[in-house]
Design a protein around this ligand. Structure first.
Ligand code: PHE
Length: 337
């Protein structure tokens, strides 16, 4: 057995293999108990004494050489395995798109309505959803025995009989007027609560925007002008409005305001119940009794107030026929806005 030949063959063997298990076979072939190196070692005792030392050293050197070659091959095979795994990285591949949320349609309408009024000089104010019975009713000229409490009489807090979930945003009129002096031009978006049975057009909770303006010499015509501008901005330039006499305890005179049906343009369709008109809000001139409650002199100041349901505006604007859709968190619905 020629030591030089063995060294050449191991180099060939290593160059041609590609896996750790093939490498193990090569290791056994050379370094195993019956391997080539072991065979060479077993020859040593048969040699003449003076030859043993030189031959022994050569065998040892060969063994060390083979061991190093195998270790190096093992390292390079492992590096190849690692990099073949990371080769899956494709830096040209498109990234993972993050789903960007949008504002809820109710929030969009609130923002839109508030923007229209702030352009006309109104400021936006918020009030609490848990209100005093006084602000929700008495301060708004709805005394304890007044029949108009019925429709609103709402969720009272168990241990605070004088506290309730507000049934409209009008109590914020009382809060703001008690805290500030005229001139006032305010809009108030927020949630309100009513003991209504749930159906396609009613919920126990919905959103309103209240608006009010108080100063010297404010007239009903100012109310008409402001609401007319609002309707044209939120719906359509050629929308028509009409004012129907109505009753609210906190305004006098009071009106309900209709717009010409945005679906059939006043011709009559199923959305407007063949009337050609859609009711969108309640309004009126602030009642002198409300001014007295908040400490304003009703002979000095006049003002108007209005309140509208946000869901109703959104349903008309987007052609939605069931109010419950807004609060089911169904992404198929919400993604459309
Ligand atoms: N608060 C009334 C309601 O909820 C709406 C309204 C507000 C009417 C302001 C007149 C003036 O029905």
């Amino acid at each position: 057995m020629d030591i030089n030949l063995i060294q050449e063959t191991i180099e060939d063997d290593l160059a041609n293999l590609n896996s750790i298990s093939d490498l193990e076979d090569v290791r056994i072939k050379y370094l195993g108990r019956k391997g080539l190196v072991a065979q060479l070692t077993s020859v040593i005792p048969t040699l003449a004494i003076q030859e043993r030392g030189v031959f022994g050293k050569k065998v040892n050197a060969l063994k060390n050489k083979i061991t190093t070659l195998i270790q190096e091959k093992e390292k390079s095979l492992k590096v190849q395995v690692d990099s073949s795994q990371t080769n899956d990285l494709d830096i040209g591949m498109p990234g993972i798109a993050r789903g960007l949320g949008t504002r809820h349609p109710i929030t969009q309408i609130i923002d839109e309505v508030c923007a229209i009024f702030t352009r006309m000089g109104f400021s936006v104010v918020a009030g609490p959803e848990i209100e005093t019975e006084y602000n929700n009713f008495t301060g708004l000229n709805i005394p304890l025995e007044h029949p108009s409490r019925d429709a609103f009489d709402t969720f009272y807090l168990k241990d605070y009989t004088k506290m309730l979930l507000r049934s409209h945003t009008s109590p914020v009129q009382v809060r703001v007027m008690k805290a500030r002096k005229p001139p006032l031009a305010i809009v108030v978006p927020g949630r309100v609560y009513r003991p209504d049975a749930v159906d396609a057009s009613h919920l126990f909770m919905f959103h309103q925007i209240e608006g009010f303006l108080v100063d010297k010499f404010i007239r009903f015509s100012d109310l008409k002008g402001i609401l007319g501008l609002f309707a044209k901005n939120i719906f359509d330039r050629d929308i028509k409005m009409r004012f129907r006499p109505h009753f609210f305890p906190f305004t006098e005179p009071s009106v309900e305001v209709d717009i010409s049906c945005i679906i059939c343009k006043g011709q009559g369709c199923s959305v407007c119940g063949r009337k050609g008109w859609l009711e969108i809000l309640g309004a009126g001139m602030i009642h002198p009794n409300v001014f007295k409650q908040v400490g304003y002199n009703p002979n000095k100041y006049t003002g108007f107030a209005f309140g509208m349901g946000i869901e109703r505006i959104a349903m008309l604007k987007y052609g939605i026929n069931d109010i419950r859709l807004f609060f089911e968190n169904d992404l198929r619905f919400l993604r459309q806005f």
